[in-house]
Design a protein around this ligand. Sequence first.
Ligand code: ZN
Length: 400
Amino acid sequence: MYRTTCRACGGKKFVKFLDLSPQPLAGGFLLPEKEAIKQEKLFPLPIHICQNCGLVQTLFVVPAKTLFVDYCFSSSTVPGLVTHFGDYAKWLKKKFKPEFVVEFGSNDGVLMEPLEKMGVKTCGVDISRNITKMAKEKGLNSIQGFFDEEMAEKIRKQDGRADIVTGSNAFPHNDHPEIILKAAKKVLKKDGHLCLEVMYLGDLLELLQWDFLYHEHLNYFCVTTLEIMLNRYGFHIVDVERLPMHAGSIRVVAAVDPKEKVKPSVKALLKYEKEIKITEIETWQEFGQKVQRAIEVTAKVMKSLSKNSRIWGYGASGRATMWVNACKMTYLEKIVDASPLRSGRLMPGTHTPIVFPEELKKNPPDYIFVTAWNYFESIKAKEPWFKGIWVAPAPELRFL
Ligand SMILES: [Zn+2]
């Protein structure tokens, strides 16, 4: 299904600057069964920019239920993310001294856990059935469902109004972000704050991170476009900082109280975005051309290597799905991943088997193509025994 209006400004005119169609779902890791393979679908994946406000977005929408109900990404299996959320919990506590925090897209409770340990009451909402179960098993107050006004009302009746509503990486996943913003407004105190962590479009542009442009994500924010969207629903951005998470993210604080002062950090990032022309169409058309070239080069080089060498992949993330499918890497023997939610499954599209890191040692290949290139250094450090050649496809193709 294609949507026809911009999610930030409601505008109706778009320019397509990249087309990665057709693509399987980046997170659609398959069970190794004939039936699952037969049922796999490919979807269009054109990427657009709004001519009016400059929001970069995916207009083709796959129903959220298809995407997230059986979700293969539990945050606590990624070591870097556990540290990140521990730090985020401390940051929230220090800055706002909240009594009650509501989190949407709360996953397996990776943020709720450290908050609770510091004595902050939490409530998490997540659409995924299997992941919510994991949070509940840890004794966390996690509800399966959508964070909408009805849910906000339920939480308000049960636990009172919140000081903070937060979402890390879940916000860009929504075809209707206004539903979340209305819900947040409903459950927040008058002096409450909405804290969002989203992948930052500035880093996506600078590092040519086209492998983050997929069906699950839908919206790719910078401060300029996020402010336009938030303003429409009664919030304004008062603080922002850049984070290393997911190869570049921002943490945005938006206030309900219209009188709350805006920190210099917001103006500084807005100025930077103007300088790099982040909302201009030409910028993204150029980006699209660069991406096409990068895909062509990587596809050609790896294909020729595959004729005389054995190649494995490392890191079965959504980015991996993008690389192996865009570059048609059907020759990869295996993809290594430590997550029990993904190992044992098959890569979307290419159906490459995903295996635990132990398998790598048993049968080392000549090359390891690090699909999770944003964790390149930590992956390399985990396998110091490997004598073959490491390949990082981004920010530019490198052999080590
Ligand atoms: Zn727009």
